[in-house]
Design a protein around this ligand. Structure first.
Ligand code: DGT
Ligand code: CA
Ligand code: CA
Ligand code: ZN
Length: 582
């Protein structure tokens, strides 16, 4: 395969199949063919293994609806990076139409009407037309569609091109494993924003300690995940892997490992402040070491091998990477008042997860077993209330069945404990989507907003505070409602939310879903200052996503949270006792 061909992962293949579906429809071809391409795209997104593996083992027939033409497209995409059918269709459809299709919510029919009537070919023109209400005057296009198009454009403009943390983490871990295997070198570290667990990641920075850079750089370039080589040098090599993620690799001598790791972990702001602090002590800090000013040229460093050594030589406590943002961590390290941050291994259970009874992929039993295997003492299933019609919310009978199923499994899995909870919708007026007698049946009641996001700040704030004042609501989930790179937080007075959390004893969630990370780190810190009890949750919708607890804990750490502030670091009885009085 040519080195610069794009090798698609499951999402990549699915996206092209969706586009083929759209293009077929645009051309007015048989709609069933379009439906088939889209159905297969959905099935590929749900696969638990790489689509390339199915191609290799000639198992595409296992995916429902894959006929000869869909099969050809998939095989071509996986092996050559393009599909003949896709290219033909693109060539046959005006590019302006394809641009319009790229706006979420603009389907083939709408794109055709807009294009034929207004000759619009760019997103900017589309936005202008929507703002001037010229779309709603077109046949079959309603005011609501026009509003949705404007929202989609706003959301497109939210995209910064930065990457969600779990994608970056997966790509980085795979590359570190590959590099260890290929070079035999153990001293390979993830640095940069990914080591600090920033909420989104610009690029991945890897650091290797070795005196021979050449073979290390070569190992990176021949990694199977590499799609493109951007730069290949003696001290730095940059490549692109799946999803357009960039990896920068630097090779440094083992003697300056600590100094280099400190430097390339950043943040830049932390580095600048630390360097300034060192200078006041007549010390020079750079990526090679810490020197007495004037001695750097002679290579006589005071410290350089480990980060701890360098912080210690500066008279500071070691600063965890998550805090290195120049948010007061250096003063705190000098004063030895940094908090003992919550650790992932302190978490005893997860209190927000879903099963296939609502919008999750896996069974209660599969989810529970995974949680138990992770070492948790307890785990709560919190499937949705019926308000979200689409997610098949639980009614009274299914709650009874669920309680029974949990009781049975608990006998088998003891002392591990399944708690039956709910994620109940907060309706537009602040009331909850279950009556009190039903809410009282759950051990954990998580309340959250899933609708009417467009309310004014006053209305939304009152809505959420009303739910928090309800005695049966244990925790408020993903409080801001933001979706990183996709949707702004809804208008909400978070300071009022924090005050109400303290007053009512409602816990505030740190949702570890990589798209959410909600409560955001800066607000975690403000919540802690006021004494809010926080809860770190995965919001897993599949067994693998139970591991998203990592990102909830990282967000807590970035917000300076100690273990004691997080409800689910406590043993079961203590955790339950910490719920507000019901
Ligand atoms: P990102 O990639 O945008 O998510 O953020 P970072 O923090 O990973 O930034 P990146 O990849 O540009 O650089 C990695 C680290 O290298 C950064 O955190 C600190 C260090 N660094 C880069 N440029 C500078 C600089 O001009 N001055 C200092 N002091 N440090 C720098
Ligand atoms: Ca970076
Ligand atoms: Ca970089
Ligand atoms: Zn949820």
């Amino acid at each position: 395969m040519p080195r610069d061909a794009i090798t698609y992962d499951n999402e990549g293949v699915a996206a092209v199949l969706d586009e083929i579906g759209d293009l077929l429809e645009l051309k007015g071809e048989n709609v069933f063919r379009a439906v088939t391409y889209r159905a297969v795209a959905r099935a590929i997104r749900d696969l638990r293994e790489p689509i390339a593996a199915l191609v290799e083992q000639d198992r595409l027939g296992e995916i429902p609806k894959v006929g000869p033409s869909v099969k050809d497209a998939i095989v071509q995409l996986v092996s050559t990076g393009t599909s003949v059918r896709h290219e033909e269709l693109k060539a046959a459809v005006p590019s302006g139409l394809i641009t319009l299709l790229g706006v979420p919510g603009v389907g083939p029919a709408t794109a055709r009407i807009i294009y034929d009537n207004l000759r619009i070919t760019t997103v900017d023109e589309l936005e202008e037309a929507a703002k001037a209400h010229r779309l709603r005057e077109l046949p079959k296009i309603q005011a609501k569609t026009e509003e949705n198009i404007l929202k989609s454009i706003a959301s497109l403009k939210q995209r910064t091109g930065r990457n969600l943390v779990h994608h970056a983490r997966a790509a980085a871990t795979a590359m570190v494993d590959w590099m260890r295997q290929e070079t035999g070198i153990e001293a390979i570290a993830i640095a940069g924003s990914l080591r600090r667990y920033r909420e989104t990641i610009g690029d991945i920075d890897l650091l290797v300690a070795s005196l021979a850079a050449g073979p290390v750089m070569d190992a990176l370039i021949r990694a199977p995940s590499v799609e493109r080589v951007l730069a290949h040098g003696e001290t730095k090599t940059s490549v692109i892997v799946a999803r357009g993620l960039q990896i920068d690799l630097r090779v440094v001598p083992p003697d300056s490992w600590g100094a280099a790791l400190l430097y390339f972990t950043g943040s830049k702001e932390h580095n600048v402040r630390l360097r300034g602090y060192a200078l006041k002590k007549k010390l020079l800090l750079n990526e090679y070491g810490l020197y007495r000013v004037g001695a750097e040229a002679r290579g006589q460093e005071i410290a350089s091998r480990t980060e701890e050594e360098i912080y210690a030589a500066l008279g500071m406590a070691p600063i965890p990477p998550e805090l290195r943002e120049d948010h007061g961590e250096i003063d705190a390290a000098v004063a030895h008042t940094l908090p003992a941050l919550v650790r992932l291994d302190e978490v005893r259970g997860d209190l927000h997860t879903h099963t296939n009874w609502t919008d999750g992929h896996d069974t209660l039993e599969a989810m529970a077993r995974r949680a138990r295997a992770k070492g948790y003492a307890y785990w709560a299933v919190t499937d949705h209330s019926p308000g979200l019609g689409m997610t098949n919310g639980l009614g009274a009978e299914r709650i009874t069945a669920r309680v029974e199923e949990a009781r049975r499994l608990n006998e088998e899995l003891a002392p591990f404990r399944i708690l039956v909870g709910t994620e109940v919708d907060i309706r537009a007026n602040g009331s909850l989507d279950y009556p009190d007698d039903m809410l009282a049946r759950f051990d954990i009641v998580s309340a959250s907003v899933h609708s009417a996001f467009g309310q004014t700040k006053e209305v939304m704030t009152e809505r959420v505070l009303t739910a928090m004042r309800h005695p049966l609501v244990t925790q408020i989930s993903h409080p801001t409602g933001r979706l990183l790179e996709r949707r702004d937080p809804h208008a909400l007075d978070l300071q009022a939310l924090i005050d109400t959390a303290v007053k009512t004893g409602t816990w505030v969630e740190i949702n570890g879903g990589p798209e959410r990370l909600d409560l955001p780190d800066v607000w975690v810190r403000k919540a802690l200052d006021k004494g809010v009890t926080l809860v770190a949750n995965s919001d897993a919708h599949a067994v693998e996503e139970i591991d998203w607890m990592e990102f909830a804990v990282a967000t807590a750490r970035r917000g300076w949270a100690p273990g004691a502030a997080i409800a689910n670091t406590a043993e079961l009885a203590a955790m339950l006792a910490r719920r507000k009085r019901r």
